[in-house]
Ligand binder design. Structure first.
Ligand code: EPZ
Length: 431
C-alpha cells in the first residue's frame, strides 16, 4: 500500500498546473450513456475515480478509450449498445458517485440496476433524493438484494423540488430529464460549477436546458441526443489546495490553468486571513511574504455551505491552514456528518484542535511536528500533505490511495515546485 514520505520546511516556488475537475469528469462521462454516438471529453484528470468510471461504463457495454499521453488527457466513450445496464456492487462500493449512471441509464434504456452505494468514510451518502425524483418522473423503483432497479417505458417531465441541495442528485436528474417526455423543472438545485459544466456538455449534445448554475433548471426533453466533444473545467478544489500550500509554506507559487471565478469563497477567506493573492484570468499567484497582516496569518472562522459558499471539499485543507494562523478559528461542517477524521491526525502533529458536534475549534499558531499519520479520505489526505510540508522533520503518510482518487500525480506536481515529497511502495495503478 503506497505511502508518501514528506520532509517539511521547503517554501513552494514556481508554477503548478491544475488538472481537470474530477467532479465534472465523472458526471460528464456518465452523460455519454444518453447517446449512441461518440462523446469525447478533454482535460480529464488522471486519477483513480476516472479509471473506476471507465470500468463501470465498460461493464455495461460501453466502448471507452482513456489516454493521458499525447492524447492530452482525453476520453472517448461510445455507448452504442448497453448490453448490461447494471452498475455492479464491486465497482459501486469503491466509488459512490457511480450512482450518477442511474439517471442516464433509465432515460436511455428504460431500465437500470444500480447497487445501492452504501456509505463512505465521510457519511451515509444516501441517494433518496435521486430516487424520489425518478419516481416522480414515472420510474418504478424496486429493491433487490442490495440493488436498486428502476424501470419505465419513458420518463415523463415533472416539477421536482429537491428537499436538500444535492450535487450528484441535481446532475443525475438533469441527465435523466434530457430524454424525458415534456418539460422538467428542477428547484433547489445545486449551483456548483460542476453542474454548469455538465449542462454545457448536455447542451452540446443537443439537450434543451436553461438555468444551470442557478437554483432552478428547466429542461425540455428530447427524443435523442447526439455526440459531442467537450473540455472539462479546471479542478477548483485542487486549485484551492494549492493556494493553501503556497500560503503556509512561505512560498511564491503561481497556480496555473485554474478558474478564479470558481474560487470566490476560498479567495475571500484566505485574503481575510492575510494571504497575499494576485488574481489573473486563469491563474493565481500566492505569496506569504508581503502578507497584509504584519504579524503573519490571522485566524478566520469558516462554515461549509453549498456553492457559492465555502466548499466542504476544502474544509480539511483549511483546517491545516488554520493551525498556522494566529488566534482561534472555528470550522463548522454543515454538509457531511463525519468529515473531521483529519482532526486527530493533525493533533498528533501538534495542532491544537477541539471538536464539539459539527464545529472544530483551532487555536494557532502551532508549530507542527512530523509524524507517521494515516489518510482516511480524499480531502483529509490533502490536509495531511499540507501539514507535513510545514512540519519539522520527515512524516510518513499511509494509505495514500485515498489521495490517488482525486489528485493527479500530486507528489510530482509538489516536487516540481520544491516540496520534499516522494512516494514509497507500488506504482499508481499497479495495485
Ligand atoms: C458531491 O457529492 C461531490 N462528489 C463531493 O465531493 C462533495 O463533497 C459533495 O458533492 C458536496 O459538495 C461528486 O461530485 C462526485 P451531495 P454528493 O449529494 O453529490 C445529502 C470529493 O471530495 N443527500 O451534494 O454525493 C448528503 O448525505 C467528494 O471530491 C441526501 O440526504 O453530495 C449530504 O449530507 C466528496 N440524499 C448532502 O445531501 C440524497 O439523495 C450533500 O450531498 C443525496 C444527498
Amino acid at each position: 500500500m503506497d505511502k508518501f514520505v514528506v520532509r517539511g520546511g521547503n517554501p513552494l516556488l514556481g508554477t503548478i498546473k491544475v488538472s481537470g475537475a474530477k467532479n465534472s469528469a465523472l458526471p460528464c462521462m456518465a452523460a455519454a450513456i444518453l447517446t449512441a454516438d461518440e462523446v469525447i471529453l478533454e482535460n480529464i484528470p488522471q486519477v483513480r475515480d476516472i479509471e473506476t468510471e471507465r470500468k463501470l461504463l465498460e461493464s455495461m457495454g460501453a466502448e471507452v478509450e482513456l489516454g493521458y499521453g499525447r492524447a492530452q488527457h482525453r476520453t472517448s466513450i461510445k455507448c452504442a449498445v448497453l448490453s448490461d445496464p447494471v452498475a455492479k456492487y464491486e465497482i459501486v462500493k469503491t466509488m459512490r458517485a457511480s450512482s450518477l449512471v442511474l439517471g442516464p441509464l433509465i432515460a436511455r434504456t428504460g431500465i437500470a440496476r444500480v447497487a445501492m452505494p452504501g456509505g463512505c468514510a465521510i457519511g451515509g451518502r444516501p441517494i433518496d433524493l435521486h430516487i424520489a425524483a425518478l419516481e416522480k418522473m414515472g420510474a418504478t423503483i424496486t429493491y433487490d438484494h442490495g440493488y436498486l432497479e428502476a424501470r419505465t417505458d419513458r420518463l415523463k417531465g415533472a416539477h421536482i423540488v429537491f428537499d436538500k441541495i444535492t450535487v450528484t442528485g441535481t446532475e443525475d436528474i438533469l441527465m435523466a430529464a434530457t430524454l424525458a417526455e415534456g418539460e422538467t423543472i428542477l428547484e433547489n438545485c445545486a449551483r456548483e460549477p460542476e453542474v454548469t459544466d455538465l449542462a454545457a456538455l448536455l447542451i452540446a449534445m443537443g439537450a434543451k436546458i436553461e438555468g444551470a448554475g442557478t437554483s432552478t433548471i428547466k429542461i425540455q426533453g428530447a427524443s435523442s441526443l447526439h455526440g459531442a466533444r467537450y473540455r472539462i473545467n479546471p479542478d477548483r478544489i485542487e486549485a484551492g489546495t494549492f493556494l493553501i500550500a503556497g500560503a503556509i509554506t512561505g512560498g511564491d507559487l503561481n497556480i496555473d490553468c485554474c478558474d478564479p471565478t470558481h474560487l470566490g469563497s476560498i479567495i475571500a477567506k484566505l485574503e481575510q486571513a492575510g494571504v497575499r493573492l494576485d488574481i489573473g484570468t486563469d491563474s493565481i499567484r500566492v505569496r506569504s511574504e508581503g502578507s497584509k497582516t504584519e504579524g503573519g496569518l490571522k485566524a478566520v472562522d469558516v462554515t461549509t455551505e453549498e456553492y457559492p459558499g465555502f466548499p466542504t471539499d476544502m474544509q480539511a485543507q483549511y483546517m491545516a491552514f488554520s493551525t498556522q494562523c494566529e488566534g482561534t478559528s472555528t470550522i463548522t461542517e454543515n454538509i457531511f456528518e463525519n468529515r473531521f477524521m483529519h482532526v486527530n491526525e493533525l493533533i498528533r502533529m501538534g495542532a491544537n484542535i477541539t471538536v464539539s458536534g459539527r464545529t472544530a475549534t483551532v487555536r494557532g499558531k502551532s508549530p507542527l511536528q512530523s509524524a507517521a499519520v494515516m489518510c482516511s479520505d480524499l480531502r483529509a489526505s490533502a490536509a495531511l500533505v499540507l501539514a507535513a510540508m510545514i512540519a519539522d522533520g520527515e512524516s510518513i503518510l499511509d494509505r495514500v490511495y485515498h489521495m490517488d482518487r482525486g489528485y493527479e500525480r500530486l507528489e510530482e506536481k509538489l516536487r516540481g515546485v520544491g516540496a520534499q515529497i516522494r512516494r514509497m511502495g507500488d506504482v499508481f495503478g499497479k495495485r
